[in-house]
Ligand binder design. Structure first.
Ligand code: SF4
Ligand code: SF4
Length: 440
């Protein structure tokens, strides 16, 4: 096909017409959309993007349209639009399908291929790092060495990072923990009578840069009478693949995890919002596959975010110690919008004696992290990051609490850049500090 040909959606993962046509163009989602709020442009809005998808579906434009491709990429997939849409448009589903269409067309030559560097980065990120956890952990260990041996200090001061144009990418490298949470069927028994036995998703970045959050999560669950197992052989949840237009890879990762976790646990606990929402959508991801559909739906039905799970228990408040802290809460998009979990984290924080929760403005507006968005769309990501930091700092809290690694890193980097002393903590860390009687 030539570039002047109108290239329709084709093959598998065509955005679902029925979902596209659910949109009644009311515009009620516009004020919730971070990219629309930043630009004020219709094409940067959910309604504008759905209109573009419909235009391709109806053959009025093709996938070769630069505006179509640009907008499928400029969307954060934060799903704030989905949460406020009165018609119930399942926006995330059609966006991920549209991205997969573009990806397939670039791979099979229907659309011009990615630039060579993009192909190389995609192949490394989606095909290796976030596909094979052994490779991810090896890579994490190399970053750990870079950070621990002083190489990072030298690289930053010598200007070599700037020379290679890697300043922004290097700045968002998370500090890697000394100890990783490698899943090996570890069992952490409940304290007191066992009320449930759950499996924990160790994940990719959570297992290397946030393994301390896993430790806190496990201790909080144990204090609530829950035995925690970290099943071996589990892998990446597939969120990055699904969001990045590689739905086939996301499906194969989902199948891998469904087997690794089995069906013997009372719940599958996740403490990273993006991973949790993906695990909860395995049922949809595999709904067309007769061999997997039922297993995937049953698996998804057991997935719980940590705050959702603890709040639903008759939570152990007797062992909570005073924690004299002023905190604010930043809502991860994939917790607030994709999983619709907003009340539970606040309710849990309010149960901690001595803790004061102050609300920040626009708590549920995306911070601009959104997976690899701050790499693919640095300008918009920077604007949204600055807006989030301004709202955070304005609360004068000592700690900003969140529950997703992307948000955590975006907040920590932004606060560092402004010279703020405010700390970023996961909600499980705050609960754990109170249970342990730790000082702030
Ligand atoms: S996505 Fe929903 S809220 Fe937005 S314009 Fe369409 S129907 Fe209205
Ligand atoms: S997912 Fe987020 S950025 Fe994308 S259209 Fe919806 S509200 Fe806007």
């Amino acid at each position: 096909m030539t570039q002047s040909t109108v290239i329709p959606f084709y093959g598998s993962d065509v955005p679902n017409d029925a979902v596209i046509n659910t949109c009644v163009h009311c515009g009620l989602c516009l004020s919730a959309c971070p990219t629309y709020r930043e630009t004020g442009l219709e094409q940067f809005s959910p309604r504008g993007r759905i209109y573009l998808m419909k235009a391709v579906a109806d053959g009025r434009i093709g996938m070769e349209s630069e505006v179509f491709q640009e907008q499928m990429s400029a969307c954060l997939n934060c799903r704030a639009c989905e949460a406020v849409c009165p018609s119930g448009v399942q926006y995330g589903q059609i966006l991920e399908s549209a991205r997969t269409q573009i990806h397939h067309a670039k791979k099979d030559g229907t659309l011009p291929a990615y630039p060579a560097t993009t192909t190389a980065v995609r192949s490394l990120v989606f095909g290796q790092l976030f596909r094979k956890m052994s490779v991810f952990r090896l890579f994490s260990r190399l970053i750990w060495l870079y950070q621990k041996t002083g190489l990072q200090w030298i690289a930053r001061r010598s200007g070599i990072i700037k020379l290679f144009g890697l300043t922004e990418q290097e700045a968002i490298l998370p500090p890697i923990n000394d100890t990783f949470m490698v899943p090996r069927d570890q069992v952490y028994p409940a304290i007191g009578a066992e009320r449930a036995r759950v499996a924990l998703l160790s994940g990719c970045i959570m297992s290397t840069a946030f393994s301390h959050v896993h430790t806190a999560t496990i201790r909080v669950l144990q204090r609530n009478g829950v035995t925690v197992v970290v099943p071996r052989d589990q892998g990446c949840c597939g969120a990055l693949h699904a969001h990045g237009g590689e739905l086939d890879s996301a499906r194969s990762l989902a199948q891998h995890n469904i087997v690794a976790f089995g069906s013997s646990y009372d719940a599958v606990i996740v403490n990273a919002a993006g991973c949790g929402s993906t695990l909860k959508e395995y049922g949809h991801l595999l709904h067309d596959d007769a061999a997997w559909a039922d297993r995937a739906a049953a698996f998804s039905a057991k997935v719980r975010d940590i705050s959702e799970y603890i709040a639903a228990l008759d939570v152990n408040t007797a062992d909570l110690n005073p924690l004299p802290l002023t905190v604010t809460y930043q809502e991860p998009c994939h917790l607030a919008h994709a999983q619709r979990i907003t009340a539970q984290p606040r309710a849990l924080l309010k149960k901690i004696p001595g803790l004061t929760l102050v609300e920040m403005a626009e708590s549920s507006l995306c911070c601009g992290s959104a997976g690899i968005y701050n790499v693919t769309q640095p300008e918009l990501a920077g604007q949204l990051g600055n807006r989030k930091i301004a709202n955070t700092v304005r609360t004068n809290a000592q700690v900003v609490v969140t529950a997703n690694p992307g948000c955590h890193l975006q907040l920590a980097g932004g606060l560092r850049a402004t010279g703020s002393a405010m700390r970023v903590l996961h909600i499980a860390e705050v609960l754990d500090m109170s249970y342990r009687g730790a000082t702030a």
